[in-house]
Design a protein around this ligand. Structure first.
Ligand SMILES: NC(=O)c1ccc[n+]([C@@H]2O[C@H](COP(=O)([O-])OP(=O)(O)OC[C@H]3O[C@@H](n4cnc5c(N)ncnc54)[C@H](OP(=O)(O)O)[C@@H]3O)[C@@H](O)[C@H]2O)c1
Length: 242
């Protein structure tokens, strides 16, 4: 039997693509999210497990991780938000919600999973998700930029603190076609305009991101930790041709 990996946001766009890849290579998934029906359908398709939890509730997060068992090989935290508003219209609630979902939820999930991540004989792996909006400044991204900046800080701090037993890495995607980004990607004109800002002239698919995620959560990445890697069509580092 393969190793067990916990995926917070396992029913989401990137989380479910990752779950499929992990299952295909023979490992087992334990999916976490709020919607029991979605989780149950995907878990039974993939022959995996699931637990219902809201990441804003510490007790639920702890119970969801415990349900995965005493030993896990890895954890991905693929929960997030996209709050786009001009700075003057952002509220404390926007800032707190983005921080809760993106940063504090990850903090709770990893803390809850530490004993199980340390229980195996092998080096375990943790994967977080930031955004291209940290390394590139975009208008109307203040609270999500703040929250994802915290995720990158968490990645580096934990990578140092938990080495050599646990590797911690982070993927920073640009706009990727998932339910989270639907408000932007479902408008064809807007999607085409944003795609044109990328050197590779398209938006991301969930599987573009899941491919690197699955690699980072595998022993093939055993000499990688503390890395924040863009899967972004070149958006973080290249100017698209006009
Ligand atoms: N898509 C993009 O363009 C993009 C760009 C940059 C970064 N990212 C990051 O990539 C990661 C994955 O995003 P995605 O696009 O795959 O998002 P998604 O399709 O919206 O999936 C999000 C997942 O998180 C779960 N979730 C949401 N709120 C939750 C809560 N309070 N408690 C527990 N689970 C919750 C959702 O399930 P339920 O709603 O059923 O609970 C769903 O499974 C996120 O960290 C996101 O910030 C995405």
């Amino acid at each position: 039997m393969g190793k067990k990996l916990v995926i917070f946001g396992g029913s989401g766009g990137i989380g479910s693509a990752l779950a499929r890849r992990i299952t295909l290579r023979g490992d087992q998934v334990h999916l976490v999210g709020r919607n029991a029906e979605k989780l149950s359908a995907l878990a039974s398709e993939l022959n995996g497990g699931f637990a219902v939890a809201d990441v804003t509730d510490r007790a639920q997060v702890e119970a969801a991780v415990l349900a995965a068992g005493a030993e896990i090989a890895g954890l991905a935290y693929a929960v997030g938000s996209i709050t786009l508003k001009p700075f003057a219209r952002l509220t404390d609630d926007d800032a707190l919600r983005d921080y809760q979902l993106n940063a504090l939820g990850a903090f709770r999930a990893i803390q809850a999973a530490l004993p199980a991540l340390k229980a195996g004989g092998d080096v375990a792996s943790v994967l977080l998700f930031s955004s291209v909006a940290v390394s590139q400044g975009f208008p109307s991204h203040a609270t999500i930029g703040m929250a994802k900046g915290a995720v990158e800080g968490l990645t580096l701090s934990l990578a140092a603190e938990l080495a050599p037993r646990i590797r911690v890495n982070c993927i920073a995607p640009s706009l990727t076609k998932t339910p989270l980004a639907a408000a932007l990607t479902s408008n064809e004109q807007m999607a085409a305009a944003i795609a044109g800002l990328h050197a590779l002239q398209r938006l991301g698919d969930a599987d573009d991101v899941a491919a690197l995620a699955a690699f980072l959560l595998s022993p093939e990445a055993s000499w990688m930790t503390g890395q924040i890697i863009g899967v972004d069509g070149g958006r973080s580092s290249l100017r698209a041709k006009g």
